[in-house]
Design a protein around this ligand. Structure first.
Ligand code: PDD
Length: 279
């Protein structure tokens, strides 16, 4: 059905409390990139919030395929949401009685060619990333207030993207992307322990770099390391690899998109095209 015809109860816990989990994958050539990794993380997110999904992996795969076919989606934004559903008004998850599954295939909004060529600006926001012991950032839940406030802060400062720190002041991630910095010729990304989402794009890049012999590793990054990096980028499923050329109003490196980030993006695109030839 068309998105505007889809209905969900106002008593749904996803709507009331953000008591839901979700995944976003980018569809290329009718095929979702890294679907199995996304499904794996979907179940893992459920486990992290004590929500045992009642659907099998095969059922999920089939309903995704059916939706993409019905939408005749070639390049698309695929969003899969599971909410704990409705029940008596009660915070206790035990009150939830009818989990809902929603699959959306929408026209993708992706960065323009110009964005990749020119890069974007970022701001280190004052909103800190959720504590792991509050809402674990590794669970991809529908509760995005932390990230919404981060983007709002970045935009108030006239920047495109937010860079979030953890409570200790270490670089965590973007509002909906992971962060990389080229430091002394090595691509560095913060480890999961800092309290970030284990991004599929981040994971793909670590693996591609391993194969292509591009130096890359997980290591703590402090704000001053980020500011002094020769290149910086953020990565996510829909946006792939976006160069950051201006941080807190100051240029990163030369202030232009560097050749290393361009190379990283090329490697990523080659991997995507190799993996999305067919289901
Ligand atoms: N978000 N960190 C956060 C907080 C995110 O929300 C996302 C992605 C990422 C990157 O993850 P991945 O590489 O698996 O897309 C990191 C999705 C794309 C979204 O909310 O639209």
């Amino acid at each position: 059905m068309e998105p505007e015809d889809a209905r969900i109860s106002v008593l749904d816990r996803g709507f009331l409390y953000g008591d839901s989990i979700y995944e976003v994958a980018r569809v290329y050539n009718g095929v979702p990139f890294a679907l199995e990794a996304h499904l794996e993380r979907f179940y893992a997110s459920g486990e992290r919030i004590g929500f045992a999904l009642p659907w099998s992996r095969n059922e999920l795969r089939n309903v995704i395929k059916e939706t993409l076919e019905a939408a005749a989606a070639t390049d698309a934004y695929l969003r899969v949401i599971a909410t704990r559903g409705c029940g008596p008004l009660d915070l206790a998850p035990q009150a939830a009685i009818d989990p809902q599954l929603i699959v959306m295939a929408l026209a993708p909004t992706v960065p323009s060619k110009e964005t990749y060529e020119r890069g974007r600006s970022a701001w280190t926001v004052s909103v800190r990333r959720n504590l792991k012991r509050a809402i674990d950032p590794q669970a991809k839940t529908g509760n995005y207030m932390n990230n919404v406030l981060a983007v709002a802060d970045a935009r108030r400062h006239g920047a495109d993207e937010a860079i979030m720190l953890d409570v200790e002041g270490r670089v965590a991630e973007g509002s909906s992307a992971n962060v990389w910095a080229l430091i002394d010729g090595v691509w560095v990304t913060p480890p999961l322990e800092v309290g970030i989402l284990g991004g599929i794009t981040r994971h793909t890049l670590l693996s591609i770099c391993g194969t292509a012999k591009v130096a890359a590793e997980e290591r703590m990054i402090w704000p001053e390391d980020l500011a002094a990096a020769s290149e910086v980028c953020i990565c996510s499923s829909m946006r792939e690899i976006v160069p950051i050329v201006l941080l807190n109003g100051k240029p990163i490196g030369t202030g232009n998109v560097g050749r290393n980030v361009a190379r990283l993006h090329e490697l990523y695109r080659a991997e995507v095209s190799a993996q999305t030839k067919s289901w």
